[in-house]
Write a protein that binds this ligand. Sequence first.
Ligand code: FAD
Length: 285
Amino acid sequence: SSLSPDAAADAAPVYSLEFFPPRDIAAQERLVRTAKQLQGLHPHFASVTFGAGGSTRDGTMLAVSMLQKLGYEAAPHLSCIGSTPESLRDILYAYRQAGIRRLVALRGDMPSGMGDMGELRYARDLVEFIRRETGDWFHIEVAAYPEMHPQAQGPEADLDRFVEKMQAGADSAITQYFFNADAYFDFVDRATAKGVLAPIVPGIMPITNYTQLARFSDMCGAEIPRWIRLRLASYGDDRASIRAFGHDVVTELCQTLLDGGAPGLHFYTMNQADATQAVWKELER
Ligand code: FAD
């Protein structure tokens, strides 16, 4: 349960990867190459994102079975907003049938212009639904936001919603990415004080492309500290320098997190192997 620490939390850090479903054959081939390359690192599991509104439902399933064939423990993401309980139930049973034991349960975001939010409005509703439908079959991961979810009423309210979501039956959490280690430690301290002892694993975004990172960060409310922003911007089109600086920043962040007691690391690979692999290998030295 969310109120007792996972046995794994006391052991070696748990490393995991995140992929997104490929949109075409070429992207599919790229993902296979990436997944094969990263498998050499022996990640604990690999998760696959799920487009809100069901847009990539089949894509998620396909990528999950591809990863399973490669020998991964695959963990599909599942979002509830705009979905009916019936369609979610179908997906849960299909995953159980396929031997999936781990899910990342999310609210998701409404595509603009889509009206009906559906019956399950928050990730907490989805966690309760999954437990009702499938008992303890799945290990349930949920999302956490050390720098606050952008739509939250405030940091305290967001923390309370997070604690309720864990108490609804989640086993562990993965955070939105961040570059301020203190935000993570502060969040974990506050969650622990409210009784959450389950692992809260930092989500790590390797830095390879400044424009893309800046766009993502604005959308999801992750802060790129000023000194990092300025350094990245100063490299202009010099991708090698962006990668080299990004590698150093992210490796140092990961080391700080692990030294401070983070129970593992979850890498947002963006379906690319090199940046994640380089950081991981350096941490193992
Ligand atoms: P929730 O936990 O439901 O929280 C959403 C907001 O509602 C928060 O502001 C919270 O404070 C507030 N809230 C919660 N409960 C209540 C309540 N009862 N009353 C009022 N307010 C409340 N998106 C995808 O579409 N597909 C993915 O695969 C995906 N993967 C992700 C993986 C990770 C690790 C993370 C961190 C995010 C991912 N997202 C994904 C993005 C996520 O769907 C969005 O951040 C979304 O806006 C919130 O999802 P959530 O599960 O955190 O929502």
